[in-house]
Design a protein around this ligand. Structure first.
Ligand code: SF4
Length: 421
């Protein structure tokens, strides 16, 4: 006996990681006999159907903002099927593995899933004990390993999406970030070493996607689009240009999107040369730029390594080069005063006046970030009023109301964790 079927509990927020994980599974010939289901919505009927026939593993990708939904689903599965095993991976699993074990998970994958998750599946198919695998947690422990303690994966070794199952997503071209913005959990999760998928690998998968799935447009994913090819601290434009030239010359592929959601650019990487080149190759009309605050004091405190002036200049250059800048702003940072918040609102008006749009967020104490034990961000009445007015005019987007609820939940849980010691 061994594992027969793997059922992903899919949700729209984890669709990119699902495509990448399934891609890694398809890249591993040892797993070709495993039955894999990834229904559009979590399905108890499907679990029941396979549980009658053999051993089933249910997989969840867990984000810190989604734990309530995921833990409810795990409880339902636990209550209904005693034999079914449950595995959790993704950001929250790497940061709070003990919490997942408490919630009823049997296995928790820490760090990058491509190698560890496929290895876990291989072990379970052959009835081997996965606790001997590094980075797979099976019981409550005093201490847990951190993602950075494991060897990093080579992105070229794995398919970026699941072509056989036609579950496609953006191609992750860069992973890792050398910056340490205090509100962000990316450095904890993917490390500070920046890695890129090679141009040859990206072109190979794009050509296959065009031929097999009729792909005619593609999105690239990166924490900083203009850092492609380098070590992450400065642009390597010839490498980026080579990627874009080769990708856009693939026959049948009409459009490449890079620098807009789901990727973004850091303001100090923006210059005319970079954006003139980018404009020649990409189809996106917008450029996602993270400025985050209108207060230089706050930018310094959150460790952003750029100034407000560099942010404004990036927006001006973007407009000059034919992009509509969409600016990420965060309100309610720890130690942010009403005066700082007013500076951010003033900057929003200035940018909107220039022709940019703003994507507003409220500060959330994300697990794994430097600020994980801080309290949730507070919006002043004035800020709330201005954001509401700008949102009604379609100049600001974002769901800060919902983020406030999530932030409250995260902050409450952080306090509970601290209390537990
Ligand atoms: S916000 Fe962006 S630049 Fe800053 S640490 Fe996170 S990924 Fe890196």
């Amino acid at each position: 006996m061994g594992l027969d079927a793997l059922i992903f509990q899919t949700h729209s927020v984890s669709r990119y990681s699902l495509a990448a994980l399934l891609g890694a599974i398809e890249s591993d010939s040892r797993l070709s006999d495993l039955i894999i289901e990834a229904p559009f919505r979590p399905s108890m009927n499907l679990i029941e159907r396979y549980a009658r026939r053999g051993e089933v593993l249910v997989a969840h990708s867990v984000m810190s903002t989604q734990t309530k939904r995921v833990y409810n689903n795990v409880k339902k599965i636990r209550d209904q099927f005693s034999e079914v095993k449950i595995v959790g991976g993704g950001p929250h699993a790497s940061i709070r593995p003990g919490e997942l074990i408490d919630a009823g998970f049997d296995y928790v994958v820490i760090g990058e899933g491509e190698r560890k998750f496929t290895e876990l599946l291989h072990y379970l198919m052959h009835d081997k004990d996965p606790s001997e695998l590094g980075g797979i947690i099976t019981t409550k422990q005093e201490e847990y390993p951190k993602p950075k303690e494991f060897e990093i994966v080579n992105l070229d070794d794995y398919a970026p999406f699941a072509l056989e199952r036609n579950i496609l997503g953006p191609i992750e071209v860069t992973r890792g970030c050398p910056f340490s913005c205090r509100f962000c959990s990316t450095p904890f999760l993917t490390g500070s070493i920046v890695r890129h998928r090679s141009v040859d690998c990206i072109v190979k998968w794009l050509k296959r996607a065009v031929q097999q799935s009729g792909f005619d447009r593609a999105w690239f994913l990166s924490p900083n689009a203009l850092s492609y090819g380098g070590r992450g601290r400065k642009a390597e434009l010839t490498k980026l240009e080579n990627l874009l030239q080769q990708a856009t010359s693939i026959q049948g592929l009409d459009e490449i999107y890079f620098g807009s959601f789901p990727s973004e650019v850091r303001p100090e990487f923006v210059n005319r040369q970079a954006l003139t080149m980018l404009r020649q190759h990409v189809a996106n009309q917008t450029l996602q730029i993270g400025i985050q605050s209108g207060s230089d004091r706050i930018l310094q405190e959150v460790n952003r390594h750029h100034s407000v002036e560099e942010g404004i200049s990036a927006a001006i250059i973007a407009l000059d080069c034919g992009f509509k800048p969409n600016i990420d702003m965060i309100f309610g940072f720890p130690s942010e005063t009403p005066k700082d918040q007013k500076l951010t609102i003033d900057l929003c008006y200035e940018l909107i006046e220039m022709g940019a749009s703003v994507h507003a967020h409220i500060f959330m104490p994300l697990p794994g970030s430097f600020y994980e034990n801080e309290t949730l961000g507070i919006l002043t009445d004035d800020t709330r009023r201005h954001l509401g007015t700008l949102a009604r005019k379609g100049m600001v987007t974002g769901s800060w109301g919902n983020q406030e609820k999530i932030a409250m939940d995260l902050a409450a849980r952080s306090r509970k964790d601290i209390a537990k010691g």
